[in-house]
Design a protein around this ligand. Structure first.
Ligand code: TXA
Ligand code: MG
Length: 347
């Protein structure tokens, strides 16, 4: 299969209409959202959705998010809607918040992996919304990476993983948030299954206390049931071993320097994901500045691109931990998975 690339930001022919008809005809289209690129198929067709799992090499028991272009489209897809859903949708849609509801009979089992629930999201991105409207159906879409690779935040990342496996890539430039949406279950007490661009603090300001699934910051216990099937799988694992340094910025940077110097002497290829505030500590070592600790959303926006860029050639990739609040929680959730939960252990 030849994959066609369209520039979706150009004024003239932008491929969105063609992409909409490809979705309706059962094909696969990668498209930009404010979080990461998605790999879309007709969300009402089990046969079309099955192609997503094949193209990504995704385990078939990991359910997909249905993307809609207007809030009222949700009502054909859900049943038993809790009262707080409306306030959340009014506040955060369109935006990086995925809500889990009990699903209607319209939703094929390929989307939900046979669960009684469905994940719904209205993305905050012009091209994504235009594509859903052009397709005229909800679009089922996971992140547009090969299973186990970092989620793509540019069209080039999508091509690296999926060229020749999908029909179309719509290029909308780099994604603003850079990490996937917050996944919030509304079946029972509101619980964050995956932190993202809408923070726990933002949610609590609207609906009061929100629980955090224990699997957000710790490995899932062997044999424990996963509240979200995606938690079971190894995620975002680059070839390099990612190592996380805890403590204050100075403590983290000093630990990284000691570990880096020892590993380099022992012949390992080392790389540091630095921040504006800590770059001064890393002089004469290989580092890249990926953002500003005072604004964790800048680190979130660049993390996956940095894992792709530096995670394949280095043996060891050193990163600083952030406080697990606001966007720092989403950052640490992804970093911990990339690291297989390994922290640096140095005196
Ligand atoms: O920002 C995003 O959410 C991106 C863009 C493309 O919208 N999509 C995305 O999809 O990250 P994906 O498939 O990579 O992640 C969806 C997560 C998975 O961890 C999956 O297990 C969980 O949501 N999920 C989907 N449906 C669920 C359900 N019914 N119950 C619990 N978890 C569910
Ligand atoms: Mg994914």
């Amino acid at each position: 299969m030849k994959t066609q690339l369209f520039n979706a930001t150009a004024q003239k022919e932008n491929g969105v209409r063609l992409a909409g008809s490809v979705i309706r005809a059962g094909g696969l289209v990668a498209f930009p959202t404010e979080t990461v690129y998605g790999l879309g198929a007709n969300g009402l067709s089990g046969e079309a959705v099955a192609k997503i799992f094949q193209a990504k090499g995704r385990p078939s028991d990991n359910p997909l998010i249905l993307h809609i272009a207007k809030k009222s489209d949700a009502k054909d897809l859900w049943t038993k809607v809790p009262p707080m859903a409306q306030a959340l949708m009014d506040t955060f849609w369109p935006g990086p918040l995925t809500l889990i509801f009990n699903h209607s009979a319209q939703v094929p089992p390929e989307v939900t992996a046979g669960l009684p629930t469905v994940a719904l999201r209205m993305p905050d991105h012009k091209t994504a919304l235009a594509l859903i409207r052009a397709a005229g159906v909800p679009i089922a879409a996971p992140s547009a990476n090969l299973s186990g690779r970092p989620s793509p935040t540019t069209a080039q990342h999508v091509l690296q993983d999926l060229e020749g496996r999908i029909d179309i890539v719509l290029d909308g430039g780099p994604c603003r948030v850079g990490l996937e949406s917050t996944v919030l279950s509304l079946c029972g007490a509101p619980t964050i299954l995956r932190p993202g661009g809408v923070t726990r603090e933002m949610l609590e300001a609207v609906i009061g206390p929100v629980e955090l699934s224990p699997a957000v910051l710790a490995p899932l216990q062997e044999g424990a049931a996963a509240p979200s099937p995606g938690m079971k799988y190894k995620h975002y694992a680059p070839k390099a071993q990612v190592l996380i340094a805890d403590g204050t910025p100075r403590e983290a940077a000093e630990q990284i320097c000691r570990a880096y110097d020892m590993a380099t002497l022992a012949g390992s290829r080392c790389m540091i994901l630095a921040t504006r505030e800590t770059q001064g500590f890393y002089r004469n070592r290989a580092y890249a500045i990926i953002g500003d600790r005072r604004d964790p959303s800048t680190l979130c926006a660049n993390l996956f691109a940095a894992l792709r860029q530096y995670g394949e050639d280095a043996d060891l990739l050193y990163c600083e931990a952030l406080p697990e609040q606001e966007m720092g929680l989403a950052y640490m959730n992804r970093l911990l998975r990339a690291a297989g939960f390994q922290h640096l252990e140095y005196p």
